[in-house]
Design a protein around this ligand. Structure first.
Ligand code: C2E
Ligand code: CA
Ligand code: CA
Ligand code: CA
Length: 274
């Protein structure tokens, strides 16, 4: 029995070594991808819930890893977070997105911010320097943060948000309804917008509980004068339902998948000509 135990441990160790090696290789490639700007940014339309006109875009990082193909940000953002690469990655995305938005008159641009960026007291300084460098109007920029970090560090969150809002940028609470959403924090932190997570919106037509939660959440946000975006809309019926509950902005494959920068330009040109 002892022998067998030892053999099993060895096999786990081998598997762990392989895993560690793969992770190290990924980290190395990611570091290079940031330095060489191998990372790109896709833009997904944000549309007005009543007119369906595109009023903004969300910037989403993309990585086509050589020899491996496209990797989901859900796979490499956590690695960027734990290996100290997230600040460089985040800055790259913010810079590209603000530059791109300069060609799109009046479109808002939303950029995701990781806890690892937000935690740094100098983050607002980075944001200010990107605003200066690109010349974009601060109020066109929305920074999306998730609630996980907030709950752990309410006081520091409040300070960071104040600093960002002093620059004139907007701050949105992302993925609302996906975890332990605290409705009390909504007003307390002065969020300019909340984004309702796809895990709630996807069930809006089938699941009564999801529907009631959605209705209540949107109604509460509206009573606090906080506008609401619903994410992950894949059908017209879902969109209509969420508009009916009071969402002013919608996002999802039904209105447009994340696309390269030039596609947004074309779409905007068509819209402006109409
Ligand atoms: P998120 O911020 O919640 O972004 C929305 C995600 O939902 C995107 O996935 C988008 O492609 C996807 N999506 C949008 N509409 C639909 C729909 O109708 N159906 C379905 N099934 N999915 C939809 P993506 O691009 O894979 O990004 C995943 C997550 O990775 C993001 O979730 C965000 O948390 C993170 N992420 C992406 N780009 C960045 C970035 O530049 N910085 C940071 N820190 N995180 C990022
Ligand atoms: Ca987001
Ligand atoms: Ca989200
Ligand atoms: Ca998400």
């Amino acid at each position: 029995a002892k022998e067998a135990g030892r053999a099993r441990m060895t096999c786990y160790e081998t598997a762990m070594d392989a895993h560690r090696e793969e992770r190290n290789a990924l980290e190395l490639d990611l570091r290079r991808a940031i330095e060489t700007e191998e990372l790109t940014v896709a833009y997904q339309p944000l549309v007005d819930a009543s007119s369906c006109e595109m009023t903004g875009v969300e910037a989403l990082v993309r990585w086509n890893r050589p020899g491996h193909g496209p990797i989901s940000p859900e796979a490499f953002i956590p690695i960027a977070e734990t290996s100290g690469l997230i600040e460089a990655l985040g800055l790259l995305v913010l810079r590209k997105a603000c530059k791109a938005a300069q060609q799109w008159p009046d479109l808002r641009v939303a950029v995701n911010v990781s806890p690892g960026q937000f935690r740094n007291p100098a983050f607002a300084d980075y944001v200010r320097s990107v605003l200066n460098e690109t010349g974009i109007e601060a109020e066109r920029v929305t920074l999306e943060i998730t609630e996980g970090y907030i709950i752990q560090n309410p006081e520091r969150t409040r300070q960071s948000i104040e600093r960002l809002k002093a620059l004139g940028v907007k701050v949105a609470l992302d993925d609302f309804g996906s975890g332990f959403s605290s409705i009390g924090y909504l007003r307390q932190f002065g969020f300019d917008r909340i984004k309702i997570d796809r895990s709630l919106t996807m069930d809006v037509l089938e699941d009564n509980r999801a529907r009631e939660m959605l209705k209540a959440t949107v109604a509460l946000a509206r009573s606090l004068d906080i506008p609401v975006t619903a994410e992950g809309i894949e059908t017209e019926e879902q969109g209509r339902a969420l508009q009916g509950f009071g969402c002013d902005e919608l996002q999802g494959y039904f209105y447009g998948k994340p696309m390269p920068e030039p596609e947004i330009g074309k779409r905007l040109a068509v819209q402006l000509a109409a």
